[in-house]
Ligand binder design. Structure first.
Ligand code: WQD
Length: 327
């Protein structure tokens, strides 16, 4: 099976590429390198021993997509391409709506022109918003998003459901990621955020590397066991295997289906700090800072649907993710 990964040199895309290649899939990566580097293509080969094909280009560009689908018999698409910085989306909503929705529509139109009916979409737990009780489950109302980034994911989910209703040949799997962390054990594929990281895990990594002086813990007065924010941190290699399970499911099922990809376990900021310190034998200095606007107290998954239907569940722990990669 030949799979096109849009955004394929990104953090989750590259790990999924390595997973698919190691399981015998053929992989074509499309990426405009706006938030990743071309050297990742070789790094994927270092990790799995197989080299994906790489096309530099934008998933919004119909001509680029047309050439890919003409040059390759694409059996399925995994759509990772999109901007994903919550804070930036608040400052630049039009850029987010244009890029994230336009790229999805362009990919769907190219798929239709070429008779490709299988799509895995990279969605996010952020679509659950703040008015659902935890653990979040797929049957809960989505759309109560607190930022434009989350709304692009929610709007695309609705577009995909409508597309599947209109075309019975489509097989669409929507994967709602919780908080991705870690990297492939071998190394080379660690997340490389540009500038100062927004997310907790890469921020802690940079404190450990001495690139940042200390961690600011955004609030310790939440209604959680230790007062700090609780999230469901899922190892990126578990996310990668979840995409492969979704491809196998999509090969047997038509229509659009939503699955949570998480661990089902909540971890607080201070618990993450402690796990990281233990795994790496380092001290992570931190200070309690004011809450970050838009943050919710708790976010973690009910993953029973993915376990029952996809036969998938997370294998790695937060402690596994905190271990330093070999290279
Ligand atoms: C986690 C916890 C912070 C940084 C976001 C997006 C979500 C998804 C994952 C794309 C919170 C605390 C953080 C720091 C801190 N992205 N924190 N100090 O906000 O749960 O989710 O990334 O799909 O859509 O919303 O992740 O890592 O930013 O924060 O105390 O310097 O760590 O308050 O409790 P978040 P995060």
């Amino acid at each position: 099976m030949k799979v096109l990964l849009t955004g394929g040199t990104g953090y989750i895309g590259s790990h999924t590429a390595a997973e698919l290649l190691s399981k015998g899939y053929e992989v074509v990566l499309l990426d405009n390198l706006s938030n990743s580097e071309e050297k990742t293509v070789m790094n994927i080969a270092k990790v799995c021993g197989k080299l994906p094909k790489f096309v530099k280009g934008d998933a919004c560009d119909a001509e680029v997509l047309e050439k890919i689908f003409t040059d390759h018999k694409i059996d399925a698409v995994v759509h990772f391409a999109g901007y994903k910085a919550v804070g930036e989306s608040v400052e630049k909503p039009l850029m987010y709506y244009r890029n994230n929705i336009d790229s999805m529509l362009s990919v769907l139109e190219a798929m239709k022109r070429h008779g490709c009916n299988t799509l895995i979409f990279s969605s996010s737990a952020t679509v659950y918003g703040e008015d659902n009780p935890v653990p979040f489950v797929e049957t809960q109302r989505a759309g109560g998003c607190t930022n434009p980034y989350g709304r692009t994911k929610y709007f695309i989910e609705e577009i995909l459901k409508d597309a599947a209703k209109a075309d019975g040949n489509l097989s669409i799997v929507i994967l709602r990621y919780f908080n991705p962390i870690g990297s492939h054990r071998v190394g080379y594929l660690e997340e490389q955020p540009k500038g100062v990281p927004n997310n907790l895990f890469p921020y802690i990594c940079q404190v450990a590397e001495g690139k940042l002086p200390k961690l600011n813990v955004f609030g310790n007065d939440y209604p959680t066991p230790d007062g700090t924010g609780v999230r469901d941190y899922i190892h990126v290699m578990d996310l990668a295997s979840g995409h492969e399970a979704a491809l196998r499911y999509a090969a047997e099922h038509k229509g659009a289906e939503v699955f949570n990809l998480g661990t089902g376990k909540g971890t607080s900021v201070l618990e993450m700090v402690a796990a990281f310190e233990k795994a790496r034998g380092v001290k992570i200095p931190y200070e309690i800072a004011p809450r970050r606007p838009g943050d919710i107290a708790e976010c973690y998954a009910d993953c029973s649907k993915a376990k029952e239907i996809l036969g998938w569940e997370a294998q790695y722990t937060v402690e596994d993710a905190c271990k330093k990669p070999l290279h």
